[in-house]
Design a protein around this ligand. Sequence first.
Ligand SMILES: [Zn+2]
Length: 342
Amino acid sequence: MALNPAPRVAIPTYGRNLLRGLPEALYERPIVLTQPEPWDLVKDAFPNDRTQVHAVATMEHAVVQQVTASFGGGSAVFGIGGGSALDHAKFTAWKTGLPLVLVPSILSVDAAYTKAIGIREGSRVRYVGAMFPDHFLIDYGILQAADPLLNRAGVGDILSIFTALWDWREAGVRLGEFHDEGVATRSEALLHRMFDGAGEIGRCTEAGLHLLSELYVGEVVLCEMVGNARPEEGSEHYVAYCLEHQTRRHYLHGALVGMGVLLAGAYQGQDVVPVRKFLRDVQLDSSYKAVGTTGDEVRRCLLAMGDYVGQESQLLPGVFHFKGCIGPDDANAVMATAALGD
Ligand SMILES: [Zn+2]
């Protein structure tokens, strides 16, 4: 397996009032995929007599196609909001061939950083097409207007490096899977930069938001180099997926993944104290209660992990594959180490 040494990724522009600085031609007849709160913040930048605005409520494939077909021509597609608004804009730009402008309103999702377009078909997420933005704006004023928790939660998909790298290294040793020490080292460096910036990220300062965004860029580069999510995703996400599957509830992704890192990290036998300290410093509560679950549900989830990863054959091997089913004693020990509540 060969590394892609220099993959193409989306490069953000940082600042404030960035929409005002874009080429005027984009505003001839703009198509805007957004959500009510972010739209309120930016609508003055658009000509109200010739802007086509759609508030994104679903990423269901048929609906997204229908909405895309309903626009009568345009000069550019703007995605302004959370993950759904950005993914919808990527889809619409991909189908229409128009220039794409992405403006995330929160940093808890990576949709603006990845080229894949996530759409829903029933309960399944499918990735179609690939799209890079012509303009990718990280606007501090827009991000700071959001609930700080929704920016802090962005740390989850960087924190997952902590457990993902253990899985990847073990898969190399146990299964002979391709493992690249250079990429792993660079990924670990992203994790430590985030640990060092916990205070700034927690307060959602410009420096903190800039750092978090740059960490996303760095992480996407590493995953693109390898051609899979090994540098970033592993058993901590499998715990999250299993809990979602068992409880049929949705959770704030970053907090849920934070909990998963503590549980999977403890089962891997890693020292999770630095993770706990980081979550405290960044003010992201990943306790059972804050995540929206209970100790009983998490215990049930851990006991089912062996079966779950056996059924979900697309998941790359991690600690729950290697160590097999967790027994009740192991589950209790893992939960005691993770110390997330009763
Ligand atoms: Zn994730």
